[in-house]
Design a binder for this molecule. Structure first.
Ligand SMILES: [Zn+2]
Length: 612
């Protein structure tokens, strides 16, 4: 670590002193977090800025924790004494939440407002609102990202009619969602100069991480907070690492920084790569540049800590089983003193790999998604039973019951793929539930309304399930009866034994996730979770057309997919393996794969070694 200071320090020393709106472009492994920590230290120690005048914004809670750790490490180069550390190192959502809690009435909210807990629920409610205004559930698709992209218009465009119905529903129950946290804060600050001034005292020095992933509302918030103090604005990011388009993140904001903060804005690069062997970074850079444009000559200015001349390894398989076998064999060969990252396009790809690793007694941790398990349905059920008047919890439960085929209403896939007849059946059934939202209140809950549907053929089963489970739960004394009723009614687990098996494996998964770093050196993750991580050896699985790039990808989606691969590739410190297979089982891929990914062909051959 000490060597890092020598040639990088002079550059950083210069960058932290720049008294203009500054964007630092830093590729993967270029010391972006270090630069932020270095700036904090400079502000506190050299400029003696008070800790309440600095605000640091990170993209995730985890990143905020890591940033705090980085400046708290005694003896570290970026150590700051606890009593002088910036008070606010938060995500933008947390920052906004605090503001709204204080100024709730000015923001048009009621005291004690709650935040919608899940994206899933948000989508269900927006679809319900589509039906309330007379549209179809699938008409809600655009509305779901409408506000994140700031494409909301006040005119009578259908997607925004749905939008405002959704707002009305949410406010009626005193709820806001994650988008509201930022949107309402922006509106509050835009309209109340006095409050803005007050908040700005804390953001006199505003430092922002992952600037490439902000969406429109977040962009506006940064503008507002830095107004008048833009010369202290310090943001870091990399447009090629922007991978959150699905939540409105858009690299156009980082590309426009110079204009947004004209005429003073300064854009600079961090020139040294601390992580990747040159061939790996260069190959990845050429690939991503081919799809996203940009200046390839930037590569010539990079220097590398790694002197390795190792190339990107590409290997083809006939089927996913030999592929999984190869990964396990290779990891055995690598040995336990190095860490390994196995990146998959989705979790279904992890199955065969996990089996092979277990066979070879290799410890590993794997990303785990409780949503796909029956335990999750149990959890949704208990949430409602614990609080039977909570309409949102009941709505979640109803959705789960329907989608698992336990009632007579067709599951959600039919919205897009089903027969006309079942589409209609589903649409009609859910319309009845959606319409209840306008009648709830004054002692009427969703539960009381649903019960009125008991005589309705389509709902008989669903209503009966809800009534029975609630009654058995209220008995409290008979837990076994409750569990077996649940299993029977919701069609989950074949028997109590299956239930205990799933519980067992869930606990195993969670234990392995909680294993302290270093104890388990092999991690399996989806590519979307790879950001911010690094490992000696990286395997990327599923590099086939229709997977990455995804099936029928538009140009914009292809750009984003290529950035996702770029982020994944540049996690590697020693070796990188790009794997693709001619065939895979359909339950893994969900689509028909169509040969080696075009992204691999976009890497110039001089950076590749085919191993076959
Ligand atoms: Zn809208």
């Amino acid at each position: 670590m000490a060597c890092k200071m020598k040639d990088d320090k002079s550059i950083l020393d210069e960058l932290v002193c720049i008294n203009k709106p500054l964007l630092i472009l830093a590729g993967p492994g270029m010391g972006k977090t270090y630069a932020l920590a270095y700036k904090m230290k400079y502000l506190v120690n050299e400029k003696e800025v008070a800790k309440d005048e600095i605000t640091v914004i990170t993209f995730t809670n985890e990143a905020a924790i890591n940033m705090r750790k980085k400046i708290s490490m005694e003896g570290g180069e970026t150590y700051i004494e606890p009593e002088r550390q910036p008070s606010v190192i938060w995500t933008m959502h947390k920052l906004c939440h605090r503001v709204l809690r204080i100024y709730y009435s000015k923001a048009g909210l009621n005291k004690g407002f709650e935040v919608l807990p899940s994206q899933n629920l948000k989508e269900i409610l927006i679809k319900d609102c589509a039906q309330i205004v007379g549209a179809k559930r699938k008409d809600a698709a655009e509305t779901i990202t409408c506000r994140q992209m700031s494409k909301c218009d006040e005119t009578f465009h259908l997607k925004c009619v749905i939008c405002s119905q959704y707002q009305e529903l949410m406010r009626g129950f005193n709820y806001i969602d994650h988008d509201d946290q930022i949107l309402l804060t922006c509106e509050l600050l835009r309209k109340n100069e006095g409050i803005l001034k007050k908040i700005q005292q804390g953001t006199k020095y505003l430092l922002v991480d992952e600037y490439q992933d902000i969406n429109y509302a977040q962009w506006e918030l940064i503008k507002l907070l830095s107004k008048g103090n833009a010369n202290n604005l310090f943001v870091v990011g990399d447009d090629y690492q922007s991978i959150y388009g699905f939540r409105g993140g858009d690299p156009k904001f980082i590309r426009n920084f110079r204009n947004d903060y004209a005429p003073n804005a300064v854009v600079r690069h961090l020139p040294k790569n601390w992580r990747c062997p040159p061939n790996i970074l260069k190959g990845a850079f050429h690939m991503v540049q081919k799809y996203n444009g940009g200046d390839i000559t930037v590569l010539d200015k990079f220097s590398f800590k790694s002197k390795s001349d190792i190339k990107i390894k590409v290997k083809n398989f006939e089927h996913h089983n030999p592929e999984a076998g190869f990964i396990a064999w290779k990891i055995r060969e690598i040995g336990p003193s190095y860490d390994v990252l196995i990146l998959v396009p989705r979790l279904s790809y992890a199955g065969p790999i996990k089996r092979e690793l277990r066979k070879k007694f290799i410890d590993f941790s794997c990303e785990y998604s409780i949503e796909k398990t029956d335990l999750y349905l149990m959890n949704v059920l208990l949430n409602w039973l614990k609080e039977p008047t909570n309409n949102f919890n009941l709505r979640m439960l109803i959705e789960e019951i329907i989608n698992r085929g336990a009632s007579d209403i067709p599951a959600w896939q039919t919205e897009f793929k089903g027969k006309k007849e079942s589409q209609q059946k589903r649409e009609e059934a859910l319309k009845q539930i959606s319409d209840f939202w306008t009648e709830i209140g004054k002692g009427k809950t969703l539960y009381t309304k649903i019960k009125t549907l008991r005589e309705n053929e389509q709902f008989t089963k669903l209503v009966e399930i809800l009534i029975t489970l609630r009654k058995t739960h209220e008995l409290k004394t008979d837990i076994i009866r409750f569990v077996s009723e649940t299993i029977d009614k919701l069609k989950i687990w074949r028997n109590i034994r299956n239930f205990s098996e799933e519980l067992d494996s869930a606990i195993e998964e969670i234990k392995s996730l909680a294993m302290p770093a270093g104890e388990c050196s092999v991690r399996i993750l989806t590519m979307k979770k790879a950001k911010g991580l690094q490992a000696d050896y990286v395997f990327i699985v599923g590099l086939e057309n229709n997977i990455l790039p995804s099936e029928n990808a538009s140009n914009v989606e292809k750009e984003e997919d290529s950035r996702l691969l770029y982020v994944s590739m540049t996690r590697a410190k020693k070796e990188l393996y790009l794997l693709h297979s001619k065939t895979r089982d359909r339950d893994i891929t969900k689509v028909k794969i169509a040969g080696k990914s075009e992204f691999i062909d976009a890497i110039p051959p001089q950076y590749i070694e085919e191993i076959n």
